[in-house]
Design a protein. Structure first.
Length: 187
């Protein structure tokens, strides 16, 4: 792992870890903290959804197997809320079959990892999600700036159109006045 990752130089790194197994939850939280991530730990889906409504996280690590409210149900709720729909979610599972990965990705997960996992690989996946999230945020800001510039230009164009309409009306009035004067002179 490079120094930027270890030192947290790559920006905000707040991670919500959701896992129903207390031992797994504590190990993941401790190891990610050592790797420079700020972690908040949560044992179930409803509590995770509450935390997500009250606080901004940069990434959610979500175990697929949660008691009661499943990881996939939690993921669906994350994706349907406007506040949380864009948060990168990395789905974790102890299942090794490809069907679980397909199910997680089809359900809206941004990535998938099978337990047990290598924490350096997990950190690299998280960093990739963080980098992609920053790029998307930059694109959104650029789009908002462009939208504002377009709106400004549209207003300027409307003002210029109005001035042009006024000038054309004035020209028509002056032309009519000149014709009237010429007709009066010829008569």
């Amino acid at each position: 792992m490079n120094d930027a990752m270890a030192n947290g130089a790559s920006g905000s790194r707040d991670i919500l870890v959701v896992d129903g197994n207390p031992t797994s939850l504590n190990v993941i939280g401790r190891r990610l903290s050592r790797l420079g991530f700020r972690t908040m730990l949560c044992a179930d889906g409803p509590a995770a959804l509450d935390l997500l409504q009250g606080r901004r996280f940069d990434v959610v690590l979500l175990d697929a197997k949660l008691s009661g409210f499943s990881g996939l149900a939690t993921l669906r709720e994350i994706r349907t809320s406007q506040r949380t729909a864009d948060i990168p979610v990395l789905m974790m599972t102890s299942r090794t079959d490809s069907g679980c990965a397909v199910e997680a990705l089809a359900g809206g997960a941004d990535d998938h990892v099978a337990k047990p996992f290598d924490f350096d690989v997990l950190a690299a996946r998280i960093e990739r999600l963080l980098a992609r999230s920053r790029m998307i945020a930059d694109l959104r800001r650029s789009n908002a700036t462009l939208d504002a510039r377009i709106a400004d230009r549209a207003m300027e164009l409307g003002e210029l159109r109005s001035l042009l309409d006024q000038a054309l009306a004035e020209r028509a009035r002056l032309t009519a006045t000149i014709r009237t004067m010429e007709e009066g002179r010829d008569a």
